[in-house]
Write a protein that binds this ligand. Structure first.
Ligand SMILES: *Cc1c(COP(=O)(O)O)cnc(C)c1O
Length: 463
C-alpha cells in the first residue's frame, strides 16, 4: 500500500516511510492510495475474533508488505497486553438503543493509548531495522502527550519532546507526563494554548533544515499510523453488536478529527457505519463548518473537556480531500487561502458529501456538566466530560431508534475528577496503577511561546 499526500506534491511513500515522516513534505497529510475494501462476508466472518486478531485483519491491508505480517501480529499482541480489560474496548449498554464503547482501559486512561501503544512499537521496530534514531515532537492538549510518552519511554531508538499548554491540562494529565523520568523523555510547558503548541510543532516540521538536522518525527494524529489502529474499534463494536451486518451510528467527541475520521475510514473499508456524529464542546469549528459550509477557525476557549479545545482541526483535511473527490490541487488552494483570508468555503459538492454522512452538535459547558449528572442518575456510571459531550450530542440527534447508537467513551472519569465531582458530588477514583501519581516527582521545562527558544532547547538536549 502506498500513501499519498492530500496536497499532491509529496512523493508517495509506503507505510513505514509515511510512519516516520508524519506530515508530508508539501504540508499535506498522508492517506492510503486507495481504500482496501472488505466484503460483507469477510467482515461477518471476523465475528468472534480476539481484539488483537481482528486488529491484524483490519490493519494488514493498510500496512501492506512493508512490515512482515508475523511481526505486525506480534506488535499488536504486545500493544494490547497492557490493557486493563480483557475485551480491550468493551461495549456497555446504556438503554435500549444507546451504548458506550469504552476506549480508556490502556496505560494512560484515554483512547489515544489504543493507537499509540502500537505506534510506539512500530517506530521502534522500523528504526531498529534501519539502525536509525529519531526525535519525536508532539503537541498535546493533555492526552496525546502522556500516551505518546508511555509508548516511547525507555526506548533506545527515540527521544520524545512533548509541548503542552501550561496550566491548561488537568493535574492528572500533567502528572502522567511529567512524572515519567526516563532520560529520553522531555516535557515542555508552553506559555500559550494547545493551538500555539501545535503551531510551534508545525513550524519546526516546516523548517526543512531544522527538521533534518534534528531528525524530527511526529506522533500527532496528523500521522497516518495514529489513525489506523482507531479504525479497528469501529469494527470491534459493529461485530459485537450485530455481527458486523447491522448498520450502526457512532457519536464521537471530536477535537482534531482523528478519531471520527477513523470511523469514516472504517466505512470506506466496508463497515456498515450509518451516521457519524461529530460532538464538539464550545470550540465548535466543526459544527459551524457543517452548518454553514464555511471553515472559520476562531479563538480557543478553555473548557472542562480540554482535549477538544482546538480550533484548527488538522485531520479534517483528510476528509476534505475525499470530499473534493481526491483533487489535491483543490485541497491545496483551500488550505492556502486559510492564512490569507482566515477562512475558506467548502465547495458545494464537498459540503453535500460531508453532510450526507456526518451530523455535528455543539455542547456547551452547562450541558456537559448536566450530562455527567444525568448519566450518573440514570445508570450510576461516572463519565468524563469528553464522553459527556458525546452523550449529550447523541441524545439530541433524532436518529432512527432501530439503529444502535454507539458513543465513544474517550477518557476515564478519574482523569477529570473536578468536573465529574462538580456534576455528581462523587469523586472518581484512579485505577490502582496510578494510586501513587500525586506523590511522584515531576520534571519539565517552561518556555515562552517562541519558536527560537523551543528549537534551542531541543538542540541542546539532542547534542
Ligand atoms: C484527543 C481526545 C479527543 C479528541 O480526539 P480527536 O481525534 O482529536 O478528535 C476526545 N476525547 C479525549 C479524552 C481525547 O483525549
Amino acid at each position: 500500500m502506498k500513501y499519498v499526500s492530500t496536497r499532491g506534491r509529496a512523493r508517495p511513500l509506503d507505510f513505514t516511510d509515511a510512519l516516520l515522516a508524519g506530515l508530508a513534505e508539501d504540508g499535506g497529510l498522508y492517506v492510503p492510495h486507495h481504500w482496501p475494501r472488505l466484503s460483507a462476508h469477510e467482515i461477518q466472518s471476523m465475528a468472534g475474533l480476539s481484539y488483537a486478531s481482528l486488529a491484524h485483519r483490519v490493519m494488514h491491508p493498510l500496512v501492506g508488505d512493508s512490515i512482515a505480517s508475523g511481526v505486525l501480529k506480534k506488535l499488536i499482541d504486545e500493544s494490547y497486553a497492557g490493557f486493563d480489560h480483557a475485551a480491550i474496548t468493551p461495549l456497555v449498554q446504556l438503554d435500549h438503543s444507546h451504548w458506550l464503547l469504552e476506549l480508556f482501559h490502556g496505560p494512560t486512561l484515554a483512547f489515544k493509548d489504543v493507537a499509540l501503544q502500537l505506534v510506539g512499537r512500530l517506530f521502534d521496530t522500523v528504526l531498529s531495522q534501519r539502525s536509525e534514531t529519531v526525535n519525536i515532537l508532539v503537541a498535546t492538549s493533555g492526552d496525546t502527550g502522556s500516551a505518546a510518552i508511555h509508548a516511547i519511554r525507555g526506548r533506545d531508538t527515540a527521544n520524545i519532546f512533548v509541548l503542552h499548554p501550561r496550566g491548561r491540562t488537568s493535574e492528572i494529565q500533567r502528572r502522567q507526563m511529567t512524572t515519567v523520568l526516563d532520560s529520553n523523555v522531555h516535557n515542555i510547558a508552553i506559555e500559550g494554548t494547545f493551538d500555539d503548541c501545535q503551531a510551534l510543532v508545525k513550524a519546526m516540521f516546516n523548517h526543512a533544515p531544522f527538521r533534518s538536522r534534528a531528525r524530527l518525527s511526529g506522533m500527532n494524529s496528523i500521522n497516518w499510523a495514529r489513525v489506523m489502529p482507531q479504525i479497528v474499534y469501529y469494527f470491534h463494536a459493529a461485530l459485537s453488536l450485530g455481527g458486523g451486518a447491522r448498520p450502526l451510528d457512532f457519536c464521537v467527541p471530536t477535537g482534531n478529527f482523528g478519531d471520527v475520521y477513523a470511523g469514516y475510514a472504517a466505512r470506506r473499508m466496508g463497515l456498515p457505519v450509518h451516521r457519524l456524529l461529530v460532538a464538539t464542546n464550545e470550540n465548535d469549528i466543526l459544527a459551524r463548518t457543517l452548518a454553514t459550509g464555511k471553515y472559520t477557525p476562531g479563538a480557543v476557549h478553555p473548557t472542562i473537556s480540554p482535549s477538544m479545545d482546538i480550533q484548527v482541526s488538522s485531520n479534517f483535511e483528510r476528509l476534505l480531500y475525499e470530499a473534493c473527490s481526491r483533487d489535491a490541487a483543490q485541497v491545496q488552494a483551500l488550505m492556502d487561502s486559510l492564512p490569507q483570508s482566515g477562512e475558506f468555503m467548502l465547495p458545494p459538492a464537498a459540503h453535500d458529501y460531508i453532510s450526507g454522512m456526518f451530523s455535528a452538535y455543539r455542547v456547551d459547558e452547562a450541558a456537559t456538566l448536566g450530562e455527567i449528572a444525568r448519566t450518573y442518575k440514570e445508570t450510576a456510571m461516572l463519565i468524563d466530560p469528553h464522553t459527556a459531550v458525546g452523550r449529550a450530542a447523541a441524545r439530541r440527534h433524532a436518529g432512527d431508534p432501530a439503529i444502535p447508537m454507539v458513543c465513544l467513551a474517550t477518557a476515564h472519569p478519574a482523569k477529570f475528577p473536578d468536573a465529574v465531582e462538580k456534576a455528581t458530588g462523587v469523586r472518581p477514583q484512579l485505577p490502582p496503577r496510578y494510586a501513587d501519581l500525586r506523590q511522584l516527582p515531576e520534571r519539565y521545562a517552561t518556555l515562552a511561546n517562541d519558536l527560537s527558544q523551543v528549537q534551542a532547547f531541543i538542540e541542546a538536549k539532542i547534542q
